[in-house]
Ligand binder design. Structure first.
Ligand SMILES: Cc1cc2nc3c(=O)[nH]c(=O)nc-3n(C[C@H](O)[C@H](O)[C@H](O)COP(=O)(O)OP(=O)(O)OC[C@H]3O[C@@H](n4cnc5c(N)ncnc54)[C@H](O)[C@@H]3O)c2cc1C
Length: 454
């Protein structure tokens, strides 16, 4: 690759703050709100024009599609997000759980309101591009936006970029699977103009979908108790469309997927049927290829739905997500490492900052938390090695592939985000480095914030 030398230059310091949270998805929102409630000054930086991450930028609405009667979960900001959506935006019944699906568009506004109420300083349209590190301690980040390049200095930083961007820029060790082993990326889309009565009849009388159906194209293992539960999943229309040439083979359209809600306005939301593999979502050339291929494949899928699925005859695309949805990239090598055995074995840790139900969705497994089993997440999983005063929350915390497909779920990202926010605030107030924070004081503060970490 050709290289050029970039000249060193002075850049403005836009802000100095106690805590900088980079990335405004489920984890970042939770980290910023939780820390601010502990009384520290927080700035939340986000590269796009809205907060919400995968919810509002990709269109994922199934915030808690794992929830059944006996499910035990973390509380704290997880139900608060849901309540706020119900109050402000209205939500739609999520069809495979006891939850409501969040309205992805309205969540942009819900997030604004929550940030304002928590007195967090928002900074949109600002992409962090470098970490400022001195003697192994993070001091802030360099970011870029329409105003050019600038710095934000902070006593503590939380990386909630999903891709562990800040940890990687800072030189903290991380892992990233080879791209043919990473989870697929998805162009999510929503349809309008569906005859929902006909679609519901088709689901009830013909499709009769259950989680067992995932065992076709996806080769998913369940724990057995999931097999006969309803799942909003279809693959037959897509398999037939490829066999019949309705979709060209080279289009590489995947052969099954799910929807989230069916609304009274004739919408079917969160159509999660376009999967593109071999994409490293930290590589802009891969991202460009996948964005373009994803939109084309989504339109093939709309055509398949119109031709093959009762109720969709006059349906149209309502919208694509504003960006591709990425499921997996970098994960930090933390002080602790969460494993499949921890997730499936109800692990307990002295330094727990959150719990999450035994819910696994990916890496060949689908296990739903119908029995009340849950695991704890240790503080050590959000503490990177080598760089202090930096915590990492959300889908890029430290763990193996199976643990990842559990903790990547949005409600768990909220839980680790809240844990990180509270830990950063306690470390600021106590004057200890974030890696050395008194975990008992963090747990007490989490309890005051109605988090169940035990
Ligand atoms: C297609 C798809 C379907 C899914 N379905 C479900 C589901 O039904 N239920 C569920 O619970 N989970 C689902 N997931 C998983 C879940 O949505 C994600 O794992 C979760 O949103 C991760 O949260 P996060 O806060 O870690 O990261 P994200 O939601 O990715 O948020 C990261 C934020 O950081 C910003 N950012 C990134 N880099 C920078 C930077 N350098 N500077 C500034 N800002 C930056 C991003 O713009 C974004 O706002 C799905 C994921 C995908 C892709």
């Amino acid at each position: 690759m050709n290289l050029i030398h970039e000249q060193a230059r002075d850049i403005p310091v836009l802000a100095e703050t106690d805590l900088l949270v980079t990335g405004g998805g489920p984890a970042g929102l939770a980290a910023a709100i939780a820390a601010s409630r502990e009384g520290v000054n927080v700035l939340l930086m986000e590269r796009y024009g809205c907060f919400g991450g995968v919810i509002s930028q990709v269109g994922v609405e199934g915030f808690a599609w794992y929830r059944h009667e006996k499910t035990i979960e973390a509380g704290g900001l997880v139900p608060e997000f849901e309540q706020k959506c119900a109050e402000i935006a209205g939500s739609n019944p999520e069809c495979q759980s006891l939850s409501q699906a969040l309205d992805a568009e309205m969540f942009k506004y819900v997030a604004d309101v929550m940030i304002e109420e928590a007195k967090v300083r928002p900074l949109l349209h600002s992409a962090a591009v470098q970490a400022i590190v001195e003697d192994g301690i993070i001091k802030g980040v360099i970011a870029e936006g329409k105003s050019g390049r600038f710095a934000v200095l902070a006593k503590r930083v939380i990386d909630t970029t999903g891709d562990a961007d800040i940890a990687a820029f800072a030189g903290a060790p991380y892992t990233k699977a080879p791209k043919d082993k990473l989870m697929s990326v998805t162009t999510l889309f929503h349809c309008k103009g569906v005859d929902t009565r006909r679609f519901r009849d088709y689901i009830k009388n013909e499709l009769k979908p259950t989680y067992r159906d995932w065992g076709g194209y996806w080769s998913i293992k369940t724990s057995g108790k999931e097999d006969d539960l309803f799942s909003p999943y279809f693959e037959r229309p897509f398999v037939e469309a490829v066999q019949n040439g309705l979709v060209p083979k080279e289009a590489n359209v995947s052969l099954g997927g799910s929807w989230s809600s069916i609304t009274d306005e004739g919408e079917v939301t969160q159509l999660n049927v376009v999967f593109i593999g071999n994409v490293d979502c930290t590589d802009i050339e891969d991202l460009t290829r996948a964005e373009i291929q994803g939109r084309r494949n989504a339109l093939y899928c709309v055509e398949v739905l119109r031709k093959k699925v009762p109720g969709f005859e006059k349906a149209k695309l309502r919208n694509f997500g504003m960006t591709l949805g990425a499921r997996e990239s970098r994960k930090i090598e933390g002080r602790s490492f969460l494993t499949a055995e921890d997730v499936m074995g109800e692990a307990r840790f002295d330094d727990a900052i959150a719990i999450f139900p035994e819910f696994i969705d990916g890496a060949g497994y689908l296990i739903k938390p119908t029995t009340g089993r849950y695991y704890q997440i240790p503080f050590g999983c959000i503490v990177p090695q080598k760089i202090d005063n930096l915590l990492v929350a959300g889908r890029s915390i430290s763990g193996d592939q199976i643990a990842h497909v559990s903790f990547r779920n949005m409600a768990c990202c909220v839980a680790t985000g809240q844990g990180a926010g509270v830990a950063a605030a306690v470390s600021l107030k106590e004057g200890t480095p974030s890696s050395m924070v008194d975990i008992r004081k963090v747990q007490q503060a989490l309890k005051r914030q109605n988090v169940r970490y035990y």
